[in-house]
Design a protein around this ligand. Structure first.
Ligand code: FA5
Length: 345
């Protein structure tokens, strides 16, 4: 029995030494020290020994068990340490390697134009007002002197969601909402940037979704000359001090009188070329004096208050300023196009 125990000890220690991983080591623990293991089997034969031999054999069995347990624990520590070292070696970082370049994004050219226009008007004392893109027919049309069935509604072909709700066709409903909030009291000086939607066929100068910036000034004694002066400052700051503007009579149901503003053509200096279709002028925006009906509907006394409004398309402004020949470039996300406007590259 003594010999068998020594044999088992030698065998187990040898296997522990050979164990390559923690699973193998655990299998050794279970097979040698478990209840069904060979040491327990040997000890079952103790009953056949004499009373003097039994304690000696018991002590030897414990000694063998302790030795195997100790060897397993030692090996376990060594294997765990080796595993950590292997992991560290595998995850080693070479801090001397060159870094991976991070590609920086840039503002979209339209965002830049809109921010530039906003800054320009903020500098003249305007504040920025915003409104919903999914708008009530009332604010988009009715409150702007365009009752249901008015023929001028056809100027802005619309995406209706229900009979009373549509995707706004211009940013002018923000004008109607702001005036209504003021309940007919006090001055207003705002610009309203945002996305608008029209059932226009996409081509080089039209998009079914585009952006607009509306401006609105309401106060006592606001005149057409204030509008002209404001637009002149805007045009010169945006396109250069040498540019001239002109106002042409036009029609918008919400303004009276209404005008279109043209800017002198940069390409030909006003003499006429293909860019300005031979006229020397390029159309930039629509504007006018706020119609008395619009003021009254919003609760303003049109005998006391007057105001002007204007609305422009930043895409068209950006096309002119940067010489872009197709509005669709702003929406097709060709990185080669967008990179040309990058500030950092
Ligand atoms: C309006 O939308 C008026 N609300 C502007 C206005 C405001 C006039 C306040 C008077 C007082 P209009 O439909 O012309 O007007 O559009 C204004 C600008 O939006 C145009 O000058 C043009 O630059 C731009 N625009 C119009 N339709 C499109 C389109 N489909 N794609 C891109 N830009 C467009």
């Amino acid at each position: 029995m003594q010999e068998r125990l020594k044999e088992l000890q030698a065998e187990a220690l040898e296997k522990v030494t050979q164990a390559a991983d923690l699973k193998e080591l655990n299998d050794i623990r279970v097979s040698y020290l478990g209840k069904k293991g060979p040491i327990t089997e040997v000890l079952k034969g103790m009953g056949k020994l004499s009373p003097e031999e039994r304690p000696k054999m018991g002590a030897l069995a414990n000694e063998v068990r302790d030795m195997i347990t100790g060897a397993i624990e030692e090996k376990q520590i060594a294997l765990e340490k080796a595993a950590v070292e292997q992991k560290l070696a595998a995850e080693k970082i070479d801090v001397t390697l060159p870094g991976r370049p991070v590609r920086e994004g840039n503002h979209h050219p339209l965002t830049r134009i809109i921010e530039e226009i906003e800054d320009l008007f903020i500098g003249m004392g305007y504040t920025v007002a915003e409104g919903p893109e999914v708008e009530k027919d009332y604010y988009n049309f009715e409150a702007l002197n365009l009752p249901k069935g008015h023929p001028a509604r056809d100027m802005q072909d619309s995406f209706y969601i229900t009979e009373e709700i549509l995707l706004r066709t211009h940013t002018s409903p923000v004008q109607a909402r702001t005036m209504e909030q003021k309940q007919g009291k006090g001055p207003i000086k705002i610009i309203c940037p945002g996305k608008v939607y029209r059932r226009d066929n996409d081509d080089a100068t039209h998009s079914h979704q585009f952006t607009q910036i509306e401006g609105l000034v309401i106060d006592e004694n606001i005149r057409l000359s204030d509008l002209k002066g404001t637009l002149d400052v805007f045009a010169k700051k945006m396109f250069g001090a040498d540019r001239e503007i002109r106002l042409r009579p036009s029609f918008f149901p919400f303004t009276e009188p209404s005008v279109e503003m043209d800017i002198s053509c940069k390409m030909c200096g006003g003499h006429g070329c293909s860019t300005c279709k031979g006229t020397g002028w390029i159309e930039i925006l629509g504007a006018g004096m706020v119609h008395p009906n619009v003021l009254e509907m919003a609760g303003y006394d049109s005998k006391k208050y007057t105001g002007f409004a204007f609305g422009m398309g930043p895409e068209r402004i950006a096309m002119l300023k940067y010489g872009v020949d197709d509005i669709r470039h702003f929406y097709t996300n060709d990185i080669r196009f967008l990179k040309q406007f990058s500030v950092t590259e």
